[in-house]
Design a protein around this ligand. Structure first.
Ligand code: DSN
Length: 459
């Protein structure tokens, strides 16, 4: 199998040099820049290896033991292992590993339990919610009647507002979880609110899945009826999604005879998806194997420590950090208050080798392609081995750029080339000191019986 993968790389290089060159350049870009995109991570090479295997050649539909095609002897085992590892990582009673992404996972849950026009209540996009949580720009706000809860004056989720809106609008589904919210989410309180109004609760933990699995952030698994996550962010896995349930997996909702787990099984296939991406399922299994290790817990702790230090440093340098800090991996900064747009901050930092993304902030006067905020995250830098001291260096580099850039308008800027050169060379020095990939110590996870069994099969 190793030869097969190696041959593939050689064939790509010799037969499609244009494409090979682009992939090589992208690899170099990742190696030589500091990725502070909050949703980014670096997949272990063994995760990437799973994505590049012969599993891509398998077409089937259905679930292990209930397929619609032959030839599933081994991929059934792969999918079962992925399910078992996800259950173990999240203490889940039910897991579906087939969703193609976190957004697909949300879509599947919503189309499985709601009818068009049903009401949903989610965190507003400008307050840090995700497109799939009821935004008018997505199916979630077009097919369903959506209402948005928001933040209090300090930028924290306003749970009283959630309760008020839930009582007023009687949503069928409440969605909690966020894309740009730096604080702990009180899943237990969300469930109390959902129960008060007879709603179902969906927790989307895509951004904080690693912290949840490590016990650093409280888990929604037994509070929400459904928990969804993407697998590429803080699980350091492939692009893909999971749908999970805890104690409610066998709950039945009034007008349906099936359990919630059965509803989701049918929702994924045949209602919303066809052939699962089996190479991605193998890659999910591989990434999930690393979750229950001391190394992963250490990494998750470092991710949060780094983010806290970054928030403190940026505050000390005079930046307005939303909510005054962070509990997770994410730091949100109001850059409009410094006379800059998010677009300028994103572009000028990228020119210097620091990759971030613009983000709308509450009451933002700029649109979503310009914004007044930037979002930082520490997943990738912590994985590269950077610590609190390095975060101080990163904050200083960010400030060196943002305090000197001269905006011309909301998209164009000037920055002295000597500053660009200085910061680029400091970024390169950090990248050389903390190269990617940094994974050798991760090979020591405890094998479950399932893993031992599949190893003996030597597929
Ligand atoms: N791409 C994710 C993020 O940046 O938060 C949202 O799906």
């Amino acid at each position: 199998m190793g030869d097969f993968a190696r041959d593939g790389v050689h064939l790509l290089a010799s037969e499609d040099p244009d494409l090979f060159n682009l992939l090589s350049l992208e690899y170099q870009r990742q190696v030589n820049t500091l990725s502070m995109i909050a949703s980014s991570s670096i997949a272990n090479p063994s995760v990437l290896a799973c994505e590049g295997t012969v599993l891509t050649n398998v077409t089937t539909e259905g679930y292990p033991g209930q397929r619609f095609h032959g030839g599933c002897k081994y991929i059934d085992e792969v999918e079962k292992i992925a399910i078992e590892r996800a259950k173990l990582a999240f203490n889940a009673r039910y897991v579906n590993v087939q969703p193609h992404s976190g957004s697909s996972a949300n879509q599947i849950v919503m189309f499985s339990i709601l009818k068009p026009g049903d009401r949903v209540l989610g965190l507003g996009l400008d307050s840090g919610g995700h497109l799939t949580h009821g935004s008018r720009a997505s199916f979630s706000g077009q097919v369903f009647e959506s209402f948005a809860y928001g933040l209090d004056a300090s930028g924290f989720i306003d749970y009283d507002n959630v309760f008020e809106l839930a009582k007023r609008h009687q949503p069928r589904l409440i969605i909690c979880g966020a894309s740009a919210y730096p604080r702990i989410i009180d899943f237990e309180r969300f469930r109390r609110i959902a129960d008060e109004v007879g709603a179902l609760l969906l927790a989307d933990i895509s951004h904080i899945a690693g912290l949840v699995a490590s016990g650093i952030h409280p888990s929604p698994i037994d509070h929400a009826h459904f928990t969804t996550t993407s697998t590429y962010k803080q699980l350091f896995g492939p692009r893909g999604g999971l749908i999970m349930s805890g104690r409610d997996w066998e709950t039945r909702i009034s007008e349906r005879s099936e359990t919630l787990a059965d509803i989701i099984q049918r929702g994924v296939f045949p209602r919303m998806q066809g052939t699962p991406i089996l190479s991605e399922i193998a890659a999910k299994a591989r990434a999930l194997a690393m979750i229950n290790t001391p190394q992963f817990r250490l990494l998750a702790g470092n991710i949060v420590t780094n983010a806290r230090v970054l928030a403190e440093e940026l505050s000390a340098l005079g930046y307005r950090v939303l909510t005054g800090g962070t509990d997770i991996h994410m730091v949100l900064v109001d850059i409009g208050e410094r006379g800059l747009s998010g677009t300028i901050a994103e572009r000028v930092l990228e020119e210097c080798g620091i990759i971030v993304n613009k983000n709308k902030i509450p009451n933002d006067k700029r649109g979503s392609l310009i914004t007044s905020g930037i979002r930082f995250g520490t997943n990738t830098l912590a994985l590269r081995g950077m610590d609190a001291t390095n975060m101080k260096d990163c904050a200083a580099l960010i400030d060196k750029v943002l305090s000197k850039v001269e905006p011309i308008d909301d998209t164009e800027y000037r920055l002295d080339s000597s500053i660009v050169d200085d910061v680029q060379s400091e970024v390169m020095a950090l990248c050389r000191r903390y190269p990617i990939p940094q994974y050798p110590q991760w090979t020591t996870f405890d094998m479950t019986n399932e893993e031992a069994r599949i190893q003996k099969m030597s597929i």
